[in-house]
Every structure is written in C-alpha cells, then in structure tokens.
Design a protein. Structure first.
Length: 219
C-alpha cells in the first residue's frame, strides 16, 4: 500500500484479516441460528400414529394379472395406464386406478357376462405403485429421491431404506415431515440420529400422503 511503511502495512493487513474473520463468524452464527430456529419451530413427529387399516387401491403403472377362470384366452397381464384405465380382451377402457382389486374383479365379471356365461375373475396386483395421494414422497438430500408406495405400519426407517439413505451433504436432523392427513402440519424428524447413530427412538410412523424433506447441511 502506497504511503505506508512495512509495519503499517502489516498492521492494516492484520486488521483486514481479523475483520473478515469476524464477519465470517457472525455470518456462520446467523446461519446456525436460522437453522436451529427452523428446526425448533416444528414439534417432533409422533412415534405412533392412528393409521386406519385400509385396502390397497390400484394406482397408475401398477401391473395387474387378470385371470378368467376356464377362459385362458381372456386372461391377461396388463399395466394400468397413466390415465388410470386398463384394456383387456373384450373389455375396453375400464377405470382401475383408485379401485381395490376385488371390486375391479366384479366389474370385469359384469363386463364379460355379455359374452360368456358366469365368468369368474381374479385380479392379482404386481409392481405396486398405489394411488398418488397414498404415496410417501422424499425429496432433497435423499440418496434416491422418489415416491414410495405406502405399506401398513410403515415407518420412516422403512422409507429411508427404500431410498438408499441420505447423501453425505444431508442435514439429517434438520429433516421435516409434512403430514398431508393433517392439512400439511410439519414435524421435525431426526434422520441422522436414526441412520448414523442407530437411535431407534428416532424412528417414527409414517402415513399415506406424507412428504419428507431432507435439507442440505451448511457444514
């Protein structure tokens, strides 16, 4: 710096470094305070929920094995189209999504009764996807963000195993669970304690329609 001797230059450089370090510390503290306040604003997710037993509802892209007793030429394996409909031999454009397999079987029987006597139909679901409103979605720093079909008595540990855990950049204990069944109420979940430290007390039940957001860690 022009006009300054070596001692003044050293003093000035030291002051600049200290000021920058002070601002960096304040900035880091502000970020931590914001993250902590965000986490503290959500109550912990309840470990147990009162999820009523429900029959599986067929969803788009589910695979249906339709068996017509004593009529193998009418039996088929079909995939539910994205619009929720299926087409089988002698049955065109029947709504499948949102129905349970037993009820859909009865409707196929009614449609086939126009062509064969006393049809007996069984439908077996494979490649489960479920309806969109029942799926559990996990986004953010999950290893494989995706929508997961809900299963009875499912927990957040089951979900995390299915998505392959978290990335190295995840703030697991800053994760938030949004409960669609409670009009979007938000809960905090401790994924790091559960997955990295084996704290089973951090495992909580999930419900159809839940959304799990895993934020990125700042550090």
């Amino acid at each position: 710096m022009k006009g300054l001797d070596s001692r003044d230059q050293a003093f000035t450089q030291t002051t600049v470094v200290r000021t920058a370090a002070r601002w960096l510390a304040l900035f880091s503290a502000a970020i931590m305070a914001t993250a902590c306040s965000s986490l503290a604003s959500h109550p912990p997710a309840p470990r147990v929920v009162d999820a009523p037993a429900q029959r599986y509802k067929i969803g788009p892209l589910d695979t249906l094995n339709i068996v017509v007793w004593r009529n193998p030429e009418l039996s088929s394996t079909v995939t539910v189209r994205p619009d929720g409909f299926i087409s089988t031999p002698l049955v065109e454009d029947m709504q499948a999504a949102g129905r349970n397999p037993a009820d859909l079987s009865r409707d196929v029987e009614k449609a086939l009764a126009k062509y064969i006597r006393d049809p007996v139909v069984s439908i077996v679901v494979g490649g489960f996807q479920g309806i969109y409103s029942d799926q559990i979605r996990i986004v953010g720093e999950a290893a494989k963000p995706q929508a997961v079909p809900y299963r009875q008595n499912m927990t957040i540990l089951d979900v995390m195993i299915q998505v392959g855990g978290m990335t190295d950049f995840a703030d697991g204990n800053g994760a938030v669970l949004i409960r669609g069944a409670e009009s979007g109420k938000q809960y905090s979940v401790r994924l790091k304690d559960l997955l990295k430290r084996g704290d089973i007390a951090a495992n909580v039940a999930v419900m159809p329609g839940d959304i799990i957001i895993v934020p990125q860690s700042w550090f």
